[in-house]
Design a protein around this ligand. Structure first.
Ligand code: PLP
Length: 445
């Protein structure tokens, strides 16, 4: 075994010169200056402190706030997960119920378990377990059924690029004196599209944005954006509850460089150009009859249903894209998800064009994965996550209670939530998704 197994693997991947259509958004290019590696500082009198910022970090956050037109923007070096934790802590503060779309990322589910929030789940209507979006009328109906909802938590865009009608949903929430919290992990760039469709611009009260996914920021760099001034007061305290006391200055300063690029160095024009490039790729796929994510969608996300073109199953999808030296963000067996940014080279887009030109609808239809109906919930998230657990093979899981989120990652959207009873249909779906074992609550059979 190599003496530096991780480092050398990364180096060898780098040398393969493949086309990255996955995170991070900077695509390993030359966005960051070489001297940056010399700047791995820590908290010193001159370098400020993230959770008591009143110096250079505060100034960097004020620039972020200018970029996203927020009341306040708080840097996270602990990914979007940290911003999500802070949003949920804010929801906890309000009392009442939290309405939550069931396609939430597992970071949100874990935070709810730790904070002892048992949400009212709302199932997106879609073709599979992870896809689909919540409609404004679903939110309105939930308020009629649960008048004590005080906060609503949505994921938009989804991993597949599907966006909710945030403007309409925000109006419904505000009419009921509830706040709208959006996991916008995949949508930091939406403010820079021809039509600004960032959830903050559309009325969300708070958003958690994974800058590193679609912007030129080091992995782990994210922002908690706050539109409603009253919600800013405790935000830092809520973040520090979950965060490391040693946030990376490399990550934080990469955010500073990104903001400078977007505000003063042509970033907005580059993102617009990228939008047109991806629109042309989407049109090329549509002209060839390749099914894609439908409806209101992230302009920079390409989701191609290769299964409908006879390329079904993760292995087959991987090998199809391997032929073009393309790395997808995610192949789920049916859809290939590709993240495009201005940091993809012309060569990358050329490879993608060539791949799309090889796709065409198959004569034989394929059988899509079935959507799971809501499994019975027999224990709260918190009780299940904090219970003693045992690991069992999937074929012995039916009838047991999940002690953890059960999800393929990506996309990190639980098929089963902690506290839910695993049905035989759910166990069969987990096997189909290549999950072989899971944690169940010990002693409950
Ligand atoms: C929808 C969604 N939310 C939250 C996260 C967590 O983001 P981060 O990895 O930046 O903590 C992810 C990660 O993939 C995600 O897909």
């Amino acid at each position: 075994m190599s003496r530096r197994p991780l480092y050398e693997k990364l180096l060898s991947l780098h040398k393969q010169n493949r086309s990255s259509f996955h995170t991070p958004g900077h695509k390993y290019g030359t966005f960051f200056p070489a001297e940056m590696m010399l700047l791995d500082f820590t908290e010193l009198p001159e370098t400020d402190a993230l959770f008591e910022a009143n110096g250079v970090i505060l100034s960097a956050e004020q620039k972020l706030s200018e970029l996203y037109s927020t009341a306040a923007s708080c840097i996270s070096a602990g990914g979007c997960s940290l911003a999500i934790q802070a949003m949920l802590r804010t929801a906890k503060d309000r009392g009442g119920k939290l309405l939550c779309a069931r396609n939430a990322h597992r970071s949100a589910v874990n935070a709810m378990a730790l904070l002892d929030i048992q949400p009212v789940w709302l199932y997106p209507k879609g073709s599979s377990h992870y896809t689909g979006r919540i409609q404004p009328e679903d939110i309105a109906a939930a308020f009629r059924e649960h008048p004590d909802i005080t906060a609503c938590y949505l994921t938009s865009p989804s991993y597949y690029g599907e966006m909710c009608d945030i403007g309409a949903i925000a109006r419904i929430c505000h009419n009921h004196d509830a706040i709208l919290l959006v996991d916008n992990a995949h949508g930091s760039h939406l403010a820079f599209m021809e039509q600004n469709c960032h959830p903050i611009a559309l009325g969300a009260d708070m958003t958690a944005c994974s800058l590193h996914k679609t912007m030129p920021v080091l992995t782990g760099g994210a922002v908690l954006n706050i539109r409603t001034p009253g919600l800013a007061q405790h935000a830092k305290a809520y973040m520090s509850l979950f965060a490391s006391t040693s946030p990376s200055y490399l990550i934080m300063s990469s955010i500073d460089l990104c903001v400078d690029y977007m505000l003063y160095n042509g970033g907005k024009a580059d993102y617009l150009r990228c939008e047109y490039t991806v629109a042309a790729l989407k049109k090329l796929a549509a002209d060839r009859g390749v099914p894609q994510a439908e409806g209101l969608c992230d302009p920079l996300r390409l989701t191609l249903n290769t299964a409908a073109c006879g390329i079904a199953g993760e292995d087959k999808q991987q090998s199809f894209f391997d032929d073009f030296k393309i790395d997808c963000e995610f192949c789920d067996g049916e859809n290939a998800v590709l993240i495009c940014t201005p940091f993809n080279r012309e060569k990358d887009f050329q490879r993608l064009r060539s791949a799309i030109l090889q796709l065409q609808p198959a004569d034989k239809p394929y059988a899509p994965f079935p959507a799971l109906s809501a499994p019975p919930c027999v224990m709260s998230l918190r009780e299940a996550v904090l219970s003693p657990f045992e690991t069992v093979p999937v074929h012995q899981a039916a009838g047991r209670i999940a002690a953890d989120t059960v999800c393929p990652c990506p996309p990190g959207v639980p098929l089963i939530m902690p506290g839910e009873k695993i049905t035989s249909a759910a166990a069969a779906l987990l096997s189909r998704r290549n999950i072989t074992s899971l944690h169940v609550v010990a002693g409950h059979k």
